[in-house]
Design a protein around this ligand. Sequence first.
Ligand code: GRG
Length: 309
Amino acid sequence: MKLTVENSTACKADMDLKSYLREKRELIDHALDRFLPREQDYPERLHAAMRYSLFAGGKRLRPILTLAGCEAVGGVLEHALPAACAMEMIHTYSLIHDDLPAMDNDDMRRGVATNHKVFGEAMAILAGDALLTHAFDVISGTVSPIKEGKRLQMVREIAAAAGSMGMVGGQAVDILSEGKESMELPILEYIHTHKTGALICTAVRVGAIAGDADELRMQDLTEYGKKIGLAFQITDDLLDLLGDEKKLGKPVGSDLKKGKKTYPAVYGIRESQGRARELMESALDSLSRFDHRADPLREIARYMVERID
Ligand code: GRG
């Protein structure tokens, strides 16, 4: 049976997270394929570079959060698909640029050679640029029953989360802090909440906007998103120390080698694990007003932190 929005797993209290994630990943991959220019479209090399990183794997966490955010407020999944795909395009662009020699200079990502290793630096930069801009075309240009005002709100929120007051700002502070002897907690939290957290929180919010959430639900989901965003980054830092290279699709220990001031580097492994757990519990509390339709969000919060146990 072909998987469609209509027959995909609805949220059940006893749902199996693995099959939920697998199904949603399939939906997203299928939609991404539709939304992206084909490889044979001119200029072919650029479109091949964009598709190479987008379809190299990846957990699709951000777009799944968008769908789950929509589901939690009783929205129609299909309405959130363009925004979900836009989130993944922006995330993939950030990974391509982050891997460049001028940034982290990494050779492996998502289990394969990084974009610049295959296509060269110039094409990797352009593939990232094109994914970022295409994301906004998909949200604003796809035929959708969502009112124009709501779509404009999504565009603005995503732009803010991705730009200098969000992800790019966090990346800039991270780079500017490299090589410093010590790092104060507010700076470390700024980097985490902006570099990674902003996009994760916005992923949940745009799903809820697509689902026509009221203000109270939006506030609860924002709290949830902020907490899991930070928990995710702490977990990612821990995985870089303790994780399995094969499962991660990239070498471990790279933060340590580069002298990065990560959460465990500053606070130690135990304290970081405790902090990630606390954030997860607090994220679950933020969902106390929601019914079983928020179960995927609850399970995702648990899964994020359990990756390090
Ligand atoms: C270059 C503008 C610009 C921004 C870079 C997000 C980011 C900012 C850099 C990525 C560096 C990094 C490895 C951060 C740790 C958290 C993170 C974003 C991990 C990768 O996300 P996953 O685990 O990756 O969701 P997949 O491949 O599963 O999508």
